[in-house]
Design a protein. Sequence first.
Length: 226
Amino acid sequence: MERAAVFDVDGTLVDTNHLHVVSWWEAFRQAGHRVAMHDIHRAVGLPGGDLVAHLLGDDRDRDQDDAVKAAHQALYAAYSDRLAPLPQAGQLLRTLCRSGWTVVLATSASGTELAALRRAVDADDAISAMASADDVAQGKPAPEPVQQALELAGVPAERAVFVGDTVWDMRAARRAGVLCVGLLCGGIPRADLVEAGAHAVHDDPADLLSALHTGPFAEIARRTTS
């Protein structure tokens, strides 16, 4: 029976979350807004428009939204050729692929940003499909990105595991009915990930790779081989 391993990318496979924080902080500053980096960090993982709304509120000058998002995109692009994968991220994807898992990415990134992330992971040979921001009407924490990934994999929710690093990832997976694994490498506390729906929490891809025989991956593997 087919089974799917669905992965977020930013902060899960590639060490980008704090780059996004700095880029958003400067984009807000240029638009005349003082937003604490701590608050930005907690919002990373939301689609750009949702992040702006979440941090500035409904009474903001919405005419600034596109300019703030464009500034973030331009500032973050300066790092695109220096993005670093998190420990053993590519090896984790390849190991799962060799073990019979269909590996799919579900990310809010798209276009050149997604291409830079894929170069950093350097595991396209293990990735079967990608659900990007261009493929869905609503991003995380809506379940649509995870559901789109499952559709691409041709696998129902009960035969899939989702791996992410933010509360938005966990909520999206939970709403899609998928067992989810949280990673601490994005900087979000363990308790927050568990409260948001994580069935297991690991330090980073390397830690998860060493523990594939336990937790949600082992549970789904048993379901699909029995």
